[in-house]
Structure formats: C-alpha cells, structure tokens
Design a protein around this ligand. Structure first.
Ligand code: GLU
Length: 447
C-alpha cells in the first residue's frame, strides 16, 4: 500500500543547523509541497548527553527563518516505548543477537582484517556463543550490545538520487541497534519512526547510503512499508574540498550575522547541484511547482559563498518594502518608508547597507568635498531651488548649474554626489534629494 507523500527532516539537537542541513531541509520541503505531501519535523534527540533544549529552539528558529514550516512534530525521546516494542519483535524473530565484545576487541579485529586486505566487517563471533557462555559472561558483569542479523542476500533499491544501488551480502556489518546501556541507536529509532509515522520518502545526504542498505532490511524485518530513498551528493567547498570540517563555521546563525537573506539562501540551495542558475526572484512558492529530484546531478555541488552573496544582492534589489520593513525598524532606521527603501535597495548587498543611506537621507554624514570644488559647491548651494521639492528638483537644479557654471559630465555631477552622499556611487541623487530635504543638502554643500 502506498501512502500519501510524507517526508521528514530529522536534525539532532546537538548543534546549530548549517548550510548542509538547510539544503536537506529545503529539498525535503520542496519535494513534499510539489507532491501535495506533508513534512514531519523529527528531533533525533536520543543522545541525552549532547541534545539540549537550546539547540532544539535554535533549530526551530532557523527553520522558521528560512520559511520552512512543518505539519507534524515529534521527538524521538518521547517514543522510547515504540522502540522497545520493535526490539521485542526483533528478538522474538531471532534477528537480534547479544554481543559482548569491548570496543578495544572490536578495534583489534578490524585492524587484523584490514591488515589481511579484507573489509572490516563484523565476524559474527557472538552468534557462536552458547546460552551457557552468554550466561557466564553476564555473570561476570558484562552487559551485551545487540546486533541486527542481516540476511545473506544482496540489498538493492532504486534510489531517486543515485539510480540503482546494490550492496553485496557480506559487505556490511550486522549493525548494532542497542547499546550496552540499553539505548536504541539511530539506525533502529529512525526506521521505527519512518515506518510507524508513514514516511513515504527519505531524502538525505549520501553519507547515509550504507545506513539505508541495513535500514531497508530492518523495515522489512519489522513489517513496515519501505519508503523511497533519495541520496544527495554532499556539498563541497568552492575549492572542491570536503565541507564537513568547516560546517561548524557555516551555521545559519553565522550566515544570518553575515547579512545573508533567508530568501537568497533558499533560492541558492534549491538550485545548487542542478544545471539551472538561481534567480533573485526565486522563492519557495515559485520553486515548488516544477521541483524535481531528477534535476540534481551526481557530482558534489560546490558551495560558493561569493555566489551566494551575489544572489543576496539580487534578492535585496527587488525586495518589496513589506519584506524588510520590520527589520529596518529593528535597525532603528526611523522614517525608513517604502519611498526610502525603493530608492536605496539597489545599492544594498546586505540589508544593513540601508543604514548608510538612511544617514544620507535622514541623519548626518561626513561630506566628501575636494578643495578645488569649493567654489562650485558654493554656487550649487546658492542655486539650489527652494522647497517644496519633488522628483524633478534635481533636473531643474542641474540645468541651472550647467548654464551658470559651464560644467558638464563628471565635473558637473561627481562633486555634488560626493558632497551630498559621501560616496562616489549610489542611488539616483534625484530621488535622494527630496528625502534628505533642502536644509540638509545645503549644509553638505557648505552653504
Ligand atoms: N539525525 C540524523 C542526522 O542528522 C538523521 C539522518 C536521516 O535523515 O535519517 O544525520
């Protein structure tokens, strides 16, 4: 029986979300919405030492910041009884067996196998223990960990990201599902949740491919529908090197602090690894209808912050006032209204660049005037039209200045721009002038 499309995003609240997680979250979300499905947000918080409520809160905040919502929410820590029940079923069917090796013993076995040029696969020595031997080990105070016995048959599936995937029997270790302290490991809890909560598609990074092989057998052993899987190549840095070690400094919190717009990040991540370039006009809603996992290539996509920042500027250049109003207010930019924003947005690469233009329009700046332009600026001040001003005031003023001073081109415009805005480039002066008003303009011209 095939259920409706349901995906899950399953972060562990043991740290902040980074760009890699955000990509997986965004692609899951887009896939679900494109297929009229639902999104489950699952907190993989079974690691009690490292999971914290603060990280969970931060993850929710980051997802909301990206604009990714969810339909259901569960915490693995609240589902222990479900995992216990699954464990009992596996024990009853003889698929779970106790093992007593210490980490050191296992390590030694692996080294010997590698030394002989063999894959470091668990040798199933524990299966040879008799009931008496098991009892004797327990009497010595040793508590077992439990492994899931894989079938001696290849595991194959049609991956939506990688095509046909096949694992030969004997190339995988029987996975440990229960630790010595009795806690279930992710391999088990993830399958129980995906199975019992009717997840139809598991979309995640290709670092999970081997997990998928054993998880497919686990789905079957527990009698759940096996979901479809899509594994995406992991992102690498712009230099082509693994990103994994640097992901810590690529948290969404860091990107936010660098001035990255959530809309830009989503648009960037949604196209990364496809042959379509992201557009500043892309939004979650506009990307949804045509979203197709098959558009993602097999090569590792390069995360390039320079490209992201270029997109960031494009997103801001067209951002409607409503999209930024609250944040402009939070920046303390009183009077920053739609007219102001529409005048300056094309000169903002990051939202906080608006702060400079706000000072130009409504505050004070240090005018830049070359000594040799002092007389010209004095003329400009003298000839500055009286208020009231509209958008045409600048053109009228320039005509008068041209006629009176004989200046043209750069010599005519640049000294005015430098004096009025403190910068050689920026929004049209004709639009800035009415915002700054005559008095402020006169002061900057030295009049
Ligand atoms: N909590 C797991 C992780 O963050 C989830 C992996 C999965 O998607 O199954 O790696």
């Amino acid at each position: 029986m095939r259920h409706d499309v349901k995906v899950r995003f399953a972060p562990s609240p043991t740290g902040r979300l980074h760009v890699g997680n955000a990509r997986v979250a965004a692609l899951n979300w887009l896939f679900a919405r494109a297929n009229k499905g639902t999104v489950l947000l699952r907190m993989d918080d079974t690691d009690r030492e490292r999971s914290t409520q603060e990280f969970e809160r931060a993850i929710l905040e980051d997802l909301r910041w990206l604009g990714l919502d969810w339909d259901d929410f569960v915490r693995q820590s609240a589902r222990q009884t479900r995992y216990d029940a699954a464990v009992e079923r596996l024990k009853a069917s003889g698929r779970l067996y106790p093992c007593f090796e210490t980490p050191e013993e296992l390590d030694l076995k692996r080294k010997i196998q590698l030394g002989r040029g063999r894959p470091p696969v668990y040798d199933r020595a524990a299966l040879d223990l008799s009931a008496d031997e098991q009892t004797a080990l327990m009497a010595q105070g040793r508590t077992p960990h439990w492994r899931f016995k894989l079938n001696d048959a290849p595991i194959e599936w049609a991956d939506l990201g990688r095509g046909q995937v096949r694992f030969e029997a004997g190339h995988l270790s029987d996975p440990v599902l229960i630790r010595e302290d009795g806690r279930p490991l992710y391999t088990l809890s993830s399958v129980v949740d995906d199975g019992e909560l009717f997840v139809s598609h598991v979309i995640r990074g290709e670092d999970h491919v081997a997990n998928t092989a054993v998880q497919i057998e686990l789905f079957e052993a527990l009698g759940y529908d096996v979901p479809d899987f899509a594994h995406l190549p992991l992102m690498v840095g712009a230099d082509g090197k693994q990103l994994s070690k640097r992901l810590g400094s690529l948290s969404l919190a860091d990107l936010r602090e660098k001035g990255v717009e959530p809309a830009a990040l989503v648009a960037y991540l949604a196209r990364l690894g496809t042959s379509t370039a992201p557009e500043g006009s892309d939004t979650l809603d506009s990307l949804t209808p045509g979203f197709d996992l098959r558009a993602f290539g097999r090569a590792a996509p390069r995360y390039d912050e320079g490209e992201l920042m270029q997109l960031n500027a494009k997103v801001l250049h067209r951002a409607p006032f409503e999209a930024v109003a609250e944040r402009l207010e939070a920046m303390g930019l009183d009077g920053a209204d739609a007219a102001f924003w529409e005048t300056v947005r094309e000169n903002c690469e990051r939202l906080w660049d608006a702060g400079w233009w706000w000072r130009v329009c409504f505050g004070e700046i240090e005018p830049q005037a070359a000594v040799e332009d002092a007389d010209y600026l004095a003329d400009a001040a003298r000839l500055l039209p009286e208020e009231p001003w509209d958008d045409a005031v600048y053109d009228r003023w320039i005509e008068i200045l041209k006629a009176e001073t004989g200046r043209k081109g750069k010599a005519l415009f640049l000294p005015l721009r430098l004096a009025l805005t403190g910068k050689p480039k920026g929004p049209e002066i004709g639009r800035l002038l009415p915002l700054m008003g005559r008095e402020r303009a006169l002061r900057r011209l030295g009049g």
